[in-house]
Design a protein around this ligand. Structure first.
Ligand code: TDO
Length: 176
């Protein structure tokens, strides 16, 4: 696995290193030893798969309440997404800045998002599957969110959402 830094400290692009032969290719989807060797403190617990039916479905931006933060490792296993992390760590040099990465099933590229960042994505194809590993089991009590179009962040999405749920569309303006 190859780890590449983004402009947000701790948000990393993770590319597979395929071993190709006449049958196709073999890739590691996740390896705790390689994560540890790259200096990433991440142990996977729950693994989720979200299926989005419609083109330009937006999910996010989601994070957890202070003290309940979680890290996640995201991959698109069918279709394509524009995957976004917003830095909500007040002591970070990139506080309130965002980064966006194209993830699709053919590249098998992943994005690692550390604790303290908000995460969301826009699907770029119908019938898109997103598989992500979490550092903590599901606990909805800590759920928090910021709005995809909040001017505090100015995220440049490749398209406006055609499908978004009420919760995600109505988070109040960020105050931080
Ligand atoms: C996230 C999650 C949801 N659920 C349930 C709750 C609800 O009934 C249904 C759908 O949940 P949500 O609407 O929160 O799903 P979704 O909007 O897809 O939530 C996800 O969005 C992306 C952007 C993330 O970063 C994830 O961490 C997660 O917050 O699934 C679980 O049972 N376990 C889980 O781990």
């Amino acid at each position: 696995m190859r780890f590449t830094k983004t402009e947000i400290p701790g948000v990393l692009i993770v590319d597979p290193e395929p071993r190709k032969d006449e049958r196709g290719a073999f890739n590691r989807a996740y390896c705790p030893d390689e994560f540890a060797a790259a200096g990433i403190d991440f142990t996977s617990t729950q693994i989720n798969i979200a299926r989005s039916t419609h083109l330009h479905t937006l999910r996010g931006m989601h994070h957890k309440a202070p003290g309940m933060e979680e890290a996640k490792f995201v991959r698109c296993t069918r279709g394509a997404i524009f995957d976004v992390a917003v830095d909500l760590r007040p002591d970070s040099p990139t506080y309130r800045r965002w980064t966006g990465v194209l993830l699709d099933h053919s590249s098998m590229r992943g994005l690692f998002i550390p604790e303290g960042c908000s995460h969301g994505y826009l699907t770029l194809a119908p019938d898109t599957d997103v598989l992500y590993q979490m550092s903590r089991p599901f606990n909805p009590e800590g759920d928090r969110g910021v709005r995809w179009d909040d001017p505090a962040f100015g995220i440049r999405w490749p398209a406006a959402p055609a499908m978004i749920n009420r919760r995600d569309a109505t988070y109040p303006d960020f105050e931080g």
